[in-house]
Ligand binder design. Structure first.
Ligand SMILES: NC(=O)c1ccc[n+]([C@@H]2O[C@H](COP(=O)([O-])OP(=O)(O)OC[C@H]3O[C@@H](n4cnc5c(N)ncnc54)[C@H](O)[C@@H]3O)[C@@H](O)[C@H]2O)c1
Length: 388
């Protein structure tokens, strides 16, 4: 078995998730031709890099670099995960491709569709393999929903809804991290949440051709603090705490027109009190519906048949044959988790590097999703439909 030496840039939440995913690959697919090994990490925070090296260096020592350029200069490193904040995606993604290394990059791939396009162009120019962190595609129930829609079981799709409501930014003491500034985060709830929603709609129903949208900021000022991570909270009664302006949206609601004629609604909120990662997708058709809830990931609500009115909806459980479920569990109805979606993503990445045929979430998908997000902002500004 060949070893693929991997470096991780950005040792926050996603950096750890990618590292765990690489490490678990051979446990789920023991016959893989290529086995990834995390050998290096780069993070501007020495503490984050040190924690990462301790967490993931038990069997192979992890070399640690404060500057990601030194990681890219390491000739051993053949593939790189970009799990740093959004404002670094463009520079990093282009540099990884130009260094001739394969690239697994987190969504939304930069601040705008132009940023995602620059990374895509560098990947194509340098002939490296690249995939994007649209991991909800890899939930077996989502794969089954896609197959159900494609098979015509629910008839002709008429309309769809995707929602991503959560509360990591709902607390007024949630600090003004890189996510809330245009220069470092780009879009707000759009890039963080709606990017996944648009990708799910595209994955199940195809391209988006037009949008109309409104965005809103629920908490216009947040306390200033040097923190990373989604979930930090500061004591806003602390004397002397300084506050700064939130520059991007907490909330977006949009109507989308799909190329196949389906209408869609996308709603995303990062500051929704009472909602914790309440994500979901539903597709309605002329003969039925299919509905998925992220927090019940192994279940799908399906209504199909020829009753029309009064047609029942039943719960079906993921089972071997749905996406990559069989690599995790032997029988139906045994729950899989968030990290498992990243294990599947890592597997697709590594298979593509080995030259095996596999459907990846590509940089073309990242550009398409980002173009829809940019169009949502343009629609908010103009008040009208924006065609893509
Ligand atoms: N696919 C998903 O479901 C998902 C979920 C969460 C985050 N993400 C994406 O992953 C990326 C990281 O998000 P996160 O939640 O892990 O963020 P985070 O804030 O937890 O971690 C980011 C890390 O990057 C480091 N960093 C900052 N500047 C750096 C630099 N110049 N060089 C190297 N490291 C640097 C920070 O010190 C921090 O350790 C974002 O682009 C985000 O959109 C994707």
């Amino acid at each position: 078995m060949e070893t693929l030496a991997v470096g991780i840039v950005g040792a926050g939440w996603m950096g750890h998730v990618h590292a765990r995913a690489y490490q678990r690959l051979a446990q789920h697919w023991p016959d893989l031709a290529v086995r990834p090994e995390v050998v290096a990490v780069a993070d501007s925070s020495a503490a984050a890099a040190e924690t990462f090296a301790r967490a993931h260096g038990a069997t192979t020592p992890v070399r640690s670099f404060p500057d990601w350029r030194d990681l890219l200069a390491d000739p051993d490193v053949a593939a790189v995960s970009v799990t740093a904040p959004n404002f670094l995606h463009r520079e990093l993604g282009v540099a990884v491709a130009e260094a001739g290394k394969h690239l697994w990059i987190e969504k939304p791939v930069g601040l705008t569709a132009a940023d995602a396009g620059a990374v895509r162009d560098a990947v194509h120019a340098n002939g490296v393999v690249a995939c994007v962190g649209f991991n909800y595609r890899h939930v077996p129930a989502v794969a089954r929903a896609r197959a159900i829609v494609a098979s015509g079981q629910i008839g002709v799709p008429t309309h769809a809804r995707v929602q991503l409501l959560t509360d990591y930014a709902a607390h007024p003491g949630s600090p003004l991290s890189w996510r809330y500034a245009v220069e470092t985060g780009g879009h707000g709830a759009l890039g963080d949440l709606a990017s996944h929603g648009v990708d799910l709609l595209r994955f199940v129903l195809g391209d988006v051709v037009g949008v109309v949208a409104r965005t809103a900021v629920h908490i216009p000022q947040r306390p200033i603090a040097d923190t990373a991570g989604h979930y930090a909270v500061l004591d806003v009664t602390e004397p002397g705490l300084a506050f700064g302006e939130v520059e991007n949206e907490d909330y977006v609601v949009a109507i989308l027109r799909m190329a196949n004629g389906t209408l869609g609604v996308c709603e995303a909120d990062r500051a929704a009190v009472g909602e914790q990662n309440s994500y979901g997708l539903e597709v309605h058709g002329t003969r039925g519906l299919v509905r998925w809830d992220f927090r019940r990931p192994g279940e799908l609500q399906v209504s199909a048949g020829d009753h029309y009115s009064g047609q029942p909806t039943s719960t079906v459980f993921s089972e071997p044959g749905d996406g990559e479920y069989a690599a995790f569990q032997p029988g139906a109805g045994i729950a899989m988790g968030y990290d498992d979606t990243k294990v599947v993503e890592a597997r697709n990445f590594v298979r593509a590097i080995s030259g095996e045929p596999v459907e990846l979430a590509t940089l073309d998908d990242a550009v398409a999703s980002a173009a829809v997000l940019d169009a949502m902002v343009a629609s908010h500004d103009t008040g009208g439909w924006v065609d893509l």
